[in-house]
Design a protein around this ligand. Structure first.
Ligand SMILES: [Zn+2]
Ligand SMILES: [Zn+2]
Length: 323
């Protein structure tokens, strides 16, 4: 049964993408063909003042930037390979830091039972894509791809721009929405059907709420240094540690600020405002080895070993699919 679902998800992937692009661009059209002319009273005969022209220009620049960011990050989340083991470089290509990491990794080597390739820490086998993915988070049919080490940043920024744009749309489109519902009033001077305007508005509310919840969840995971798969394990481990009177340490947690900085790869080569650049920015590291926090190294060696082994055990569990 699970195999049938996986195959269906794989085959339906392009359809999900077409639907998502269609719905997003329907709201974009509703904005430019109805909300924008309504806000700037373009349908009235009054001549525009310099101030209103300036506000119109600001509005166009801002909204086009948001629309571009949504499309760019969505495209990148779809097209960027999340971190396939078949495509990653050999250890010879890596720098000194990473080689040290490999020594550490080699203490507890692991091979995937499904694809027979080495399985680095935080990698997980996706049953839909049928391969191991570095720093696997979950499989998302809406991008017809896994969310992993190399595209998680794009995925989260896509959701962020979606949420902000949906709120903006809901805030400024409510008056045209009310007008679109008033079918008795025949005055509708826009090149966009009234029922579609009403549908776009309701859709923006629903999409905004659903994506906000998912986006908030992912920011929580990023700030706490976890993936969706790791969250479930950490939740369980925390409970076990509490019952045994031990301290639980998430070895990838460097504190909110540092986790955020690591995830978005800002601070070293990229300034903080590169977050707002709609350009490809690769994540920090090669996705095969990860730095661990100081608290982890302060634990007794047996406890460190148990932590790593429990993380490895979780790598064999069922993967997460986002529907
Ligand atoms: Zn695998
Ligand atoms: Zn996948």
């Amino acid at each position: 049964m699970a195999k049938v679902v996986d195959k269906a998800l794989l085959n339906a992937g392009p359809v999900f993408i077409v639907i998502a692009f269609g719905l997003i661009d329907m709201c974009v059209l509703a904005y430019y063909l109805v909300v924008f002319p309504y806000m700037h009273q373009l349908t009235s005969q009054k001549p525009s003042s310099l101030l209103s022209l300036a506000s119109m220009l600001c509005n166009i620049v801002f909204t086009l930037y948001m629309v571009y960011c949504i499309h760019f990050h969505y495209y990148m989340a779809i097209k960027t390979p999340p971190g396939s083991m078949k495509l990653t470089k050999s250890p010879q290509d890596e720098d000194q830091d990473t080689l040290l990491g490999y020594e550490e990794e080699a203490q507890y080597p692991k091979t995937c039972k499904k694809c027979n390739l080495p399985k680095p820490e935080r990698a997980h086998h996706c049953s839909v894509c049928n391969e191991c993915v570095l720093r696997f988070d979950h499989h998302c049919p809406w991008i017809h791809n896994c969310v992993g080490h190399f595209n998680h940043r794009y995925f989260l920024l896509f959701m962020t721009y979606m949420v902000l744009s949906a709120f903006y749309f809901v805030l400024f489109a409510w008056r045209p929405f009310i007008v679109s519902l008033d079918m008795l009033n025949t005055d509708w001077p826009y090149f966009y059907p009234r029922p579609l305007m009403a549908f776009s508005y309701i859709l923006a509310i629903c999409m905004g709420l659903a994506v906000s919840a998912l986006c908030g969840w992912h920011y929580y995971l990023v700030m706490t240094g976890q993936t969706t798969v790791e969250f479930y394990n950490n939740y369980y481990e925390k409970d076990v540690a509490r019952n045994q009177g031990e301290i639980f340490v998430n070895m990838y947690d460097f504190g909110y600020k540092e986790n955020f900085r690591i995830f978005f790869n800002i601070g070293d080569r990229n300034p903080w405002y590169s977050l707002f650049y709609p350009v490809p920015i690769p994540p920090k590291g090669n996705g095969r080895v990860y730095e661990k926090c100081q608290e982890f190294y302060l634990l007794p060696e047996t406890q460190q070993r148990d932590h790593v082994l429990s993380h490895q055990a979780v790598q064999d569990l069922e993967d997460v699919k986002d529907l």
